[in-house]
Each structure stands twice: as C-alpha cells, then as structure tokens.
Ligand binder design. Structure first.
Ligand code: AFP
Length: 320
C-alpha cells in the first residue's frame, strides 16, 4: 500500500501543499497516540476554562490545539491559523502561502466515554498583506485542501486537494498513513439519516416534515424504511457517509434563539463539504451551497445538510 508521501508525489501535488499536508498528518499521528492512551495519557476530563464558543474545554481540546498550533507556527508555509479553541486568528510566518483553520478535537464531548473523536483541517490560500480575520473570510470554494482524521478503532484520514477524495489508514507500526481508497464515491441513494432527534420540536417545519416522512417508512410517501445513526462527532458521522452513504444534518433550530446554528462554517462545514462534494455528494444549508457562502466571521455557524446526492436533494425539496 502506498504511503501518503508516495501518493501525493505520484499525483503531482504542489510541493508546498504536499509538505503542509505531511505536517497535518504528523499532528494527527501524535493526537492519535494520546487518544489511544485514554486515561493512561492523562488527557481525559475537563479544564476550568471556556472557549470562545462558551463551551467548557476538555483537557484534550487544549492539548490537541496547542500541539497543532505549535506545529503550524513552526511550518514556514503557514501564514496564519484559526482554531475553534482560539478567540482570534493567530499570525504565523509572514512569507507563508497558506491559512489553516482547524477543529483540533471534534466531538470532544465523546472523549470521556471512549467514543469517536477527530480533527478537521481546512486550507486556504493566504492573500498578500497582514494576516487578520478578513484574510480568512474566503468562501469554501477557495479551499486548496481539506482533511479530517478520525480516531476510531483505526485512525483514518480523508483528504482532498480538489481532485477526488482519498482515504488513508494509519499504520500503527510505521506511523505512516497508507492509501486505502484513491477515489471515494458516496452512493447517490441511502436509507440512513443522522440527526440529533432530541431537537425535533425546535426544527423548522421543513426539516420536521422531511424526518417525519422518513420515519413513516415503507407505508409513507417515501416508500422505504430508514435507519438512524448519531455519533455526536461530525467526523464520525461524515466518515460513515463517505464509507456507505447517508444523510447527515445539523439543521437550524430555535432551541437557543441566540444560536440558531450549531456547526462552524470555517473549520467544520466547509472542509467537510469539500470532501463530500469531491466524493460525488451534496452539501447545503438547506437553501444554498455551503461552499458558496461568503463568511462574516471565523466562528460563524451554519446549518448543514450533506451526503448522498439524491437524498440530500429530496431533503432540499422540503425546504422549497
Ligand atoms: P463537541 O466538539 O463540542 O462535542 O461538538 C461536536 C459537534 O460540533 C459536531 O461534531 C457534532 O456533530 C455536534 O457537535 C453534536 O452536537 P450534539 O451534542 O447537539 O449532538
């Protein structure tokens, strides 16, 4: 099986982007080791601090964030970084070519129950001039690369640089990510959806109707039975969609009027949308293509409906 390095070379990936992707993979390898150690790594439990999202930070949120921040600051190709765990953008190297947004530990509420967690990266071209928030506020269509790493029974990485979505598995012996799928294709149809059902009463009518029709199954207008999954870690749910199809959504809700959306555009929705679209899927807010959104802040939140093309389009039909 070909290594990440051999695969990127064979595919003629730009040398600087190749080097940056290797830096991201190296970070993930280190985080994978910490996650695998669980309580023995001393990384479980919460800290006393809150992040800009108002969420209590888990120890591993902070450890993973600092690990990645230090690695990117030391990578001359990185001009600046933005993280779920950082209030503001962090300037890095003035001559850098890339901006990196990341969620260092997606699904961190799972870490203490030994369930799935991951890391998500989005890479944008760095514009000339100083690195401030405005430099990052580019539509997702500008991304030059996106990847996630899922720390599960195996540690896997999904990667796109705009020419398909590739899948790698970390070889625990060599520490190398090895290529297992050159061109992931999401099945166009599915009978599986992923949503946090506990918010049902807070959804918009369109989503309430769509899910209600799925739940009516064979006897309803959909004419087939559906299954449901919910991992509470976007990386885990999206990996299932890339692996066997499905529809994943975190829709708009009225649960907290001050926060109608849950998922962050820059370092969750955009990179996942890039990976899904490159695998033949669709990624929408319900009303527009996620990767077309002009961001207005690095921690902006959006609604997400993504996955199997025909099923997402059926769901979008309910949204008019
Ligand atoms: P945490 O990183 O705070 O656990 O949030 C994970 C997440 O942003 C996304 O990965 C999940 O799909 C979603 O939140 C889960 O939200 P619920 O906890 O409301 O199910």
């Amino acid at each position: 099986m070909q290594s990440l390095n051999e695969t990127l070379s064979r595919r003629g990936i730009d040398g600087d982007l190749h080097a940056l992707i290797q830096t991201l993979a190296q970070c993930a390898g280190e985080i994978s080791t910490l996650v695998r150690g669980g309580a023995l790594s001393g990384v479980l439990g919460a800290t006393e601090s809150e992040n800009v999202q108002g969420e209590t930070q888990k120890k591993l949120d902070v450890i993973a964030n600092d690990l990645i921040k230090n690695a990117l600051a030391a990578q001359p190709l990185v001009k600046g970084l933005a993280s779920e765990e950082e209030d503001d953008v962090v300037p890095a190297n003035a001559e850098g070519r890339f901006l990196v947004s990341f969620d260092p530990l997606d699904g961190s509420s799972n870490i203490d129950i030994n369930s799935l967690v991951g890391t998500i990266f989005s890479v944008l071209p760095a514009p000339t001039g100083a690195v401030d928030e405005s430099a990052f506020l580019q539509p997702g269509a500008n991304q030059v690369a996106a990847c996630y790493m899922l720390y599960g029974p195996a540690t896997v990485m999904a990667l796109t640089t705009g020419d398909g979505t590739l899948m790698f598995t970390l070889d625990p012996n060599s520490g190398e990510f090895l290529l297992v799928e050159e061109r992931v294709r999401i099945p166009e149809d599915t009978a599986e959806f992923a949503i946090n059902m506990s918010n049902q009463r807070f959804w918009q009518p369109a989503m309430q109707s769509y899910i209600a029709d799925c739940l009516k199954g064979k006897e309803g207008q959909r004419g087939k039975n559906f299954n449901m999954r919910w991992i509470a870690a976007m990386v885990g749910d999206v990996h299932r969609v890339l692996s066997r199809g499905g529809l994943f959504t975190y829709p708009q809700d009225t649960k907290n009027p001050a926060k109608p959306f849950k998922l962050r555009l820059m370092y969750e929705a955009n990179p996942m949308s890039f990976l899904v679209e490159q695998a033949g899927g669709v990624a929408s807010t319900g009303y527009e293509r996620i990767m077309a959104i002009q961001p207005d802040g690095i921690h902006q939140r959006v609604a997400v409906i993504l996955g199997s093309k025909n099923e997402v389009n059926t769901c979008l039909g309910y949204h008019g």
